[in-house]
Write a protein that binds this ligand. Structure first.
Ligand SMILES: [Zn+2]
Length: 708
């Protein structure tokens, strides 16, 4: 999910549970680091091919080590104490985060490789002097890159077609006029700040239909930072950023300082009544059905029928309000005495949403803010920023080019076989749960049997790709005008869908995405083409290693069908609680143990948030049960699977980026994902000699997991 408007992004996050880091953040490895790691990986592969005994083990062959190195006193890290460090020590000792990077892991590494291949395509098109057919991917990429890189044109464009909208916010003389201005911005382009943001998505109660979701307000840096205990320095950075953006917009230093203060006041007020990230995954909190009439009772300070007409979503039977308490708070803030503060808030949101596409000063402020937040000390530089932006603007055009060169039918078949096996194993796991009734087990198994699997890329490319046309500068286009076209396309596309049956064969993830997902509303798992490569999947690897690699990823996604959120959806993708009260109570009890178990882990001195990471931890724990159950008692294959899984989750982070992850990511930090899962895995103790005094040891009665 590339960043469009924050609210839309959040909506998408609610629908999809991602395996790795969010695409935007995972794009981390700098070019130099990247090539060296890539080379290292290649040579590691070649070395392995030469070794007979240990040829399948990608990390460290621990069984072998046991036999030969028992008296090696020099090894500082013992796998019995810290398996993650032990397996990854050589790899991590050779990774030095570049000044341009906040994070390194294999997702980011592969993403950077994909991105640099796409960069080569941009370079070729930019310099070939050819003219391409209007509407072809080549024409769109070529002309978009020109719009992105022509800073003179970006300067001249200013706010361009958005200027009248910005003016109507700035000049609003009443709450009515202010809300009307926001509704026009949201209805035409999808920009939302305080009220009037919406998204058309599958209806959770009947996922074969679309419904209108009224989105929550943009909370800027986010509730977790606004209210966090260790986040004041980041909050200060963000307030400086707001201040600088407003000055760039033309306010005097005094005006900007005053506006920043009032924006902060509103922000803190709104955040107090905003759901936490983990609550956003709970449909019992976010699926609140309103009629237009009840919506009017919720927003007493808004002319609701008028707003819905402007948004072009009037006449619906229902509107789903995602955060009712926040909506009540927003309504209470929509009074004349707050008018100036509200206008400033929405002004800043719009500047922030468009900064990357605006002139050099805005773009730099936005880039500097991101870097400061993540602890990056050096910018990527204009050229890489421009190329990334071009890729973000035309994701499906690049996707089509990507799959032409990077997709093997054989790999797809091998992975399909593994998925089959994992789904079967899950059936066995469900059948052995003594806390579930036979009727509930049947429903769970039905969910496995009907699970849709998407691998590689869509048979039909999304309509939005064709609808998105790029107007070159020579014909009056600009980066901003083309951005607005892409936003209008997204809105038209979703308005077209409203009232039609959901086409479940559609993809909303591009094939070049290095990630995997489970979508509860379609009861489907998705593996884009780009994840089917080493180190996640390698046809040269042993079966054990591939099970620890792509197998763990697959099993993790399947587990999401039965995590604390996914379990509330049935086989059709409808929000429909199919558990008995007793079973739900038992599920909750086990979840509580998992929360407390993960609360004990920490990174860089900060505790992991067991509540925030619950769903992902359930999925990780379930995945490990699944792949170790498939392997059974084969010690070598278990060793390979543990080693590979651990290797795939190796990562390096700046302190700031780790704080960002701990505050906002629903996954535990990678090191915890590995060690916490292995310490709760019985098979881990079977093949390794782990004693009570060892760091990895957890007593059998304290090991956690729902799917054991
Ligand atoms: Zn996940």
């Amino acid at each position: 999910m590339k960043k469009r408007v924050l609210a839309l992004l959040m909506a998408a996050v609610v629908a999809l549970q991602l395996m790795g880091c969010k695409a935007e953040d995972a794009n981390a490895a700098g070019k130099e680091t990247r090539s060296s790691i890539k080379d290292m990986f290649q040579s590691a592969k070649e070395n392995r091919a030469d070794e007979k005994e240990a040829s399948d083990v990608i990390g460290v062959d621990i069984l072998e080590q046991n036999e030969t190195d028992t008296d090696d006193e020099d090894t500082e890290v013992r796998y019995q104490d810290d398996y993650y460090e032990f397996v990854n020590q050589n790899l991590l000792s050779r990774i030095e985060l570049a000044a341009t990077d906040a994070h390194w892991d294999w997702f980011g590494e592969l993403n950077a490789v994909v991105s640099s291949e796409m960069d080569d395509i941009i370079d070729e098109l930019a310099s070939d002097g050819k003219t391409y057919e209007k509407g072809s991917s080549e024409q769109k990429i070529k002309d978009m890159y020109e719009c992105v890189t022509n800073m003179e044109n970006r300067e001249e464009t200013g706010l361009g077609p958005l200027k009248p909208h910005m003016d109507s916010i700035r000049n609003a003389s009443s709450i009515d006029e202010y809300v009307d201005a926001l509704a026009h911005l949201s209805g035409e382009f999808g920009f939302s700040s305080i009220v009037g943001g919406y998204s058309i998505m599958q209806d959770k109660a009947d996922s074969s239909e679309y419904a209108v979701y009224m989105l929550y307000a943009d909370t800027l840096i986010g509730k977790e930072y606004v209210e966090g205990e260790n986040t004041q320095e980041y909050m200060d950075l963000y307030l400086d950023y707001i201040n600088n953006m407003l000055m760039e917009f033309g306010m005097t230093a005094d005006e900007a300082a005053q506006s920043t203060d009032s924006i902060e006041g509103l922000l803190r007020d709104i955040c107090e009544s905003t759901l936490t990230t983990e609550q956003l995954y709970d449909p019992s909190m976010t699926y609140n059905v309103y009629t237009a009439q009840r919506l009017q009772e919720l927003y007493t300070n808004v002319d609701v029928p008028k707003m819905l007409r402007t948004l072009r979503i009037d006449g619906q039977d229902k509107y789903i309000v995602m955060d009712v308490e926040q909506a009540k708070k927003i309504n209470s803030l929509l009074v004349e005495e707050n008018l100036q503060a509200l206008k400033d808030y929405s002004t800043f949101v719009m500047l922030n949403d468009t900064a990357k596409y605006a002139n050099a000063n805005y773009a730099k402020l936005s880039d500097d803010m991101r870097n400061a937040l993540y602890g990056i000390t050096e910018s990527w530089g204009d050229e890489k920023v421009w190329k990334n932006l071009t890729q973000d603007m035309l994701p499906w055009d690049f996707g089509m080019i990507y799959v032409k060169e990077h997709f093997s039918a054989e790999d797809k078949e091998a992975v399909e076989e593994m998925i089959e096996q994992i789904l079967e194993e899950y059936e066995t796991i469900i059948n052995r749960q003594d806390w579930m009734s036979d009727a509930t087990k049947k429903k769970a198994i039905r969910k496995l049997e009907t699970m849709q699997v998407k691998i590689g890329y869509p048979d039909e490319w999304p309509a939005a790709r064709d609808m998105m046309q790029v107007t070159p500068i020579s014909e009056g286009g600009s980066l901003l005008s083309n951005l607005l076209v892409s936003m209008q396309v997204a809105i038209e596309d979703s308005l077209n869908k409203l009232g039609t049956k959901v086409d479940r064969s559609e993809w909303d993830v591009t094939p070049q995405t290095i990630n995997a997902m489970y979508d509860p509303l379609n009861n489907e798992i998705i593996f884009p083409a780009a994840i089917l490569q080493a180190p996640f999947y390698d046809s040269d690897n042993s079966y054990g290693a591939n099970l620890g690699g792509i197998g763990f990823v697959i099993a993790h996604e399947v587990s999401h069908a039965f995590d604390s959120s996914g379990a509330l959806y049935d086989e059709y993708g409808n929000y429909n609680v199919w558990w008995t009260d007793e079973e739900l109570a038992e599920y909750k009890r086990m979840s509580q143990s998992i929360i407390e178990y993960y609360n004990n882990y920490e990174m860089m001195g900060v505790k992991v948030n067991g509540d925030l990471t619950l769903m992902e931890n359930i999925a990780d724990l379930g995945a490990m049960t699944c792949i170790t159950s498939i392997i059974g008692n084969d010690a070598r294959a278990l060793d390979e699977a543990f080693g590979q899984m651990t290797y795939n989750w190796a990562s390096e982070d700046t302190v700031s980026f780790m704080m960002y992850l701990l505050n906002t990511d629903t996954h535990s930090p990678n090191k915890v994902r590995v060690n916490a899962v292995l310490s709760s895995c019985d098979a881990f103790y079977k093949i390794y000699d782990i004693k009570e005094t060892d760091g990895m040891y957890v007593a059998p009665e304290d090991r956690v997991g729902i799917w054991k």
